[in-house]
Structures are given as C-alpha cells and as structure tokens.
Design a binder for this molecule. Structure first.
Ligand SMILES: Nc1ncnc2c1ncn2[C@@H]1O[C@H](COP(=O)(O)OP(=O)(O)O)[C@@H](O)[C@H]1O
Ligand SMILES: [Mg+2]
Length: 459
C-alpha cells in the first residue's frame, strides 16, 4: 500500500564527509606551510654560514706595496665542511683579474659593493651553486683597489635536511588528518544524538499515544517539536470530532427514519385503499433499505476510525458469537431460517477490538440470513486450529455469482438485485480481518449457498 520511502543521504554521513574534507584540506595546508618554513629556515642558516666564511676570507686580504696578499684561513672552509659532503669553490678578484681560485666562478650581477654578503644561485659545472659575494677595498701601493671575494658551495647537505623535514611534515599532516577524522566521526555522533533520541522516543509510542512530546531538546530542534506537538493536538482533535460526528450522524439518521417507518406502519394499518397500502409498503421497504445502508456506511466509518484508534483487549470469541447470533434470531424467524450455533464452551480468547470483531461477525450473519433461502438453516461454527480461531458462517441460498471482488467497496453480486444492500458489508469484514491480523475468505458452498470463513490469531 505505502510506497517504499527512498531515504535522503544521511546527515551523519554528510557531516562526516564534510568534516573529513576540511580535515584533508587543513592537513595539506599544514604540510605545505611546515615545508615552506623549514626550507626557508634551512636556506637562511646555510646562507649565513656561507656569508660568514666569505667575510672571514675577505678580512684576511691585505694590501701592500707590491700587491695583494691573501692568507686563506682554514677555519673558513672547516665552517662550511660542517654540513654534509658539499663541495666548495672560491675566487678572489681584483677588478677583472682573478688572483686566486676558480676564474670561471660567476660574479654577482651588478657586482658586490660591501662587506655585507650578497647571495645568489648559479649553475656552475653542471651543479647548482649557492654563492656569497663580498667586496672590500684594500690599499695597494697607496691606491685603493676593489677586491671581490666569491665563495660557492653545492647544496646537497641542504637537500638532505629539506627532504628529512618534508618527511616529518608529511607525517605530521597525516597524523593531524587521522586525529581530525576520528574527531569528526565522534562529533557527528554527538551532534546527531538528540535527533536520534527524539526519533526513538516518538517511534516507541503506541498508535493511540497522542500526548504531546515533553523532552528537553536542543534549541534547534525546538521548532520541530513544537510543530509536531501542534500536529498531534490537531490530529487528536480531528479524531475525537470524527468519533463524535459518526455517533451523532448515526443518531440523526436513524431516529427520523424510525419515525417515518413507524408512521408509515400506522398509516398502513388505518387505510383500506389498496393503492395507498401498496405505496405505503414501498415506503416502508425504502426506509428499511435506507436505514440499512446508512447503518452500514456509518459502520464502515466506525471501522476505519477504530482501525487507527483501536483499544485492544482480550475478547472471548465464543461469548461474542453467541451474543450476536441471538440478536439475529428475530430477523431469522421472519424469514423462517434457523440459526444453528456450534461454539465450544471453552474460552476462545483473541486480542482485538471488541467493536471491530462484533461488526465483522454481524455483517457475515446478516448476509447469510439475507441471502439464505427461506426454510433453511444458517450454520455458525467456531473452531480453533493451530494458533487461530476460525469462524465459519454457512447458508443455503443463492450463493455467489459474478467474478467481481466482493470485498471491494460498494461491490455487489450480479444475482442480488432484488435484495436491499450497500456493498459495504464484506468490505468491513475484510478491513477488520486485516486490522486484527487475521484473514477472510468467502466461497460458494457445496450443495448451494455461501461459506464465509473468518480467522483471527489466538491470544
Ligand atoms: N451469504 C451470501 N450469499 C450470497 N451472496 C453473498 C453472501 N454474502 C455476500 N454475498 C455477495 O457479496 C456481495 C457483497 O456483500 P456485502 O458487502 O455484504 O454487501 P451487501 O450485502 O450490502 O450487498 C453481496 O452483494 C452479494 O452479492
Ligand atoms: Mg451485507
């Protein structure tokens, strides 16, 4: 009946996915920033060592009468040698002339002007070289000349340090990501717990529980709970109005009809005119028909209403069957039909709504008497078979005809045009059977008539 609900993606999943994506982005960012900062720090450190070595050499340059004298200090190179296995190149120039060192070591663009080192990276003999350049003025033979000192160093040591740093940064990022993911899952659970609790509390309620929900919920859920409570209140109101309406409608329809019928009967007794009597008789018949139809319509409404608002109790099906059969005896007598009851004395208990069960049974017996032939017998038998109570109502009458589903609303057989009916009786029976977890079936009986079988699970 109800279409399967296609559920939207879970909030929890969405929340976790979003948090994990954010965590991944942040981890990536963390990795990149750690790497950048570490690279810069290593380079600055290396540069200052290189600069210090260059300055040391520059300070050892002395001018004299014959030219320039350089005493390259060993400490300058031992300083550089401290980091890895890097190779070191140097060059000392005066003007364009190289005094000592590698004369193809490239000087800085724009030249070096001070003792403050200038750093640059150049490709030299197929490797990248970091070079520091310092310039100093020395006096040679009374003239001031400009000496430029270049010291270059390969950066393999730095590359190794940077690679180690990168690994650490990656491990850090990964660790951060794992922790953030775990926290996301925990957070998603915590955030959704109030919603789950509320859903559970609402789900646990019985079908008749229309009390408002009184629970402490987070502020964000308050509008939802308020709306739900409003809905519950309106639903409760609508249901009780329906119940009142059904009862009142039954009263307002049956009472005037009974009056009309009584008046018609009185008039019938008082008149001798054949035509008037015939007319009055058809009035009585029509009123009976209307009363019956109205009754069934209201019965059906009651059944539909009570299916939602059941009050389940333990019902003794045997006693119930006997009581109802007794109420049909006057009707059966009028048609000269005998009612034969076969009900065990033991308790046959089912759990269900007494009103619904009564209504179903009444409709079956009503049909059996209505469609049964005069001078026959209607058999009503109650038996119990493995876990179920089974009621059979059998008659000897015209039987069923037509291929229509007689339990559908307003469906009547093809052979019953002469008998008043609304086509709602079997609908009620079917609905009651369904609501009480039972089954209903009606078939033709061997030897003529119909056989209706109603079953309910025993409690
Ligand atoms: N005992 C029966 N014998 C023959 N036909 C029956 C019997 N019970 C039900 N039916 C058929 O099923 C139809 C539907 O029954 P029901 O829903 O009670 O409507 P109604 O009795 O008002 O016509 C009837 O119109 C009739 O054709
Ligand atoms: Mg009927």
């Amino acid at each position: 009946m109800s279409r399967a609900r296609r559920s939207a993606p879970s909030i929890r999943q969405r929340l976790v996915v979003q948090l994990v994506v954010v965590a991944a982005l942040l981890s990536g960012l963390l990795y990149l920033s750690v790497r950048t900062v570490a690279d810069a720090a290593v380079e600055t450190t290396q540069d200052s060592i290189l600069g210090a070595a260059t300055t040391t050499i520059a300070e050892e340059i002395r001018g004299g009468e014959d030219g320039i004298e350089v005493d390259i200090p060993y400490t300058a190179f031992s300083m550089l040698g401290a980091i890895g296995q890097d190779r070191v190149f140097y060059r000392i120039m005066v003007g364009a002339e190289t005094i000592t060192g590698y004369d193809d070591l490239p000087p800085p663009e724009g030249g070096a002007a001070t003792l403050e080192p200038r750093y640059y990276t150049r490709s030299f003999r197929d490797v990248d070289l970091r070079i520091a350049a310092v310039s100093r003025t020395v006096l040679v033979d009374g003239r001031a000349v400009e000496a430029v000192i270049l010291v270059g160093q390969t950066r393999q040591g730095q590359a190794v340090i940077v690679a180690t740093m990168a690994n650490r940064a990656a491990a850090l990022g990964l660790g951060f990501f794992v922790v953030a993911t775990l926290l996301s899952i925990v957070t998603a659970g915590t955030v959704l717990r109030p919603i789950n609790r509320l859903a559970e509390a609402v789900g646990r309620r019985g079908p008749q529980d229309l009390r408002p929900i009184h629970r402490d919920v987070p502020r964000e859920l308050a509008p939802f709970v308020t709306a739900l409570n409003g809905f519950i209140t309106r639903l409760g109101g609508a249901l009780s109005r329906t119940e009142t309406f059904i009862a009142e409608a039954a009263h307002h329809i049956r009472t005037p009809l009974a009056t009309v019928r009584a008046q018609a009967e009185i008039a019938l007794r008082q008149t001798d005119d054949d035509a008037t009597r015939a007319a009055l008789r058809s009035v009585v018949r029509a009123v009976d028909g209307s009363a019956r139809s109205a009754g069934q319509l209201l019965d059906h409404a009651t059944v539909v209403y009570r299916t939602d608002q059941r009050t389940d109790e333990r019902v003794d099906l045997g006693a119930l069957t006997r009581d109802i059969a007794r109420t049909f005896e006057p009707t059966a007598d009028l048609r000269e039909i005998a009612i034969a009851l076969d009900v065990p004395d033991d308790l046959v208990a089912v759990t269900g709504d007494r009103l619904l069960l009564e209504s179903a049974l009444r409709n079956l017996i009503d049909n059996a008497i209505k469609y049964g032939a005069p001078d026959t017998q209607v058999d009503i038998a109650l038996t119990t078979t493995d876990g179920a109570a089974k009621i059979c109502v059998l008659d000897r009458g015209r039987g069923l005809s037509g291929a229509k589903a007689l339990t559908d609303r307003f469906q009547r057989g093809e052979n019953v045009g002469d008998i008043v009916g609304s086509g709602l009786g079997l609908t009620i029976v079917q609905e009651v059977a369904q609501a009480q977890g039972g089954t209903f079936d009606i078939v033709n009986r061997e030897g003529g008539g119909a056989c209706a079988i109603l079953q309910f699970p025993l409690s």
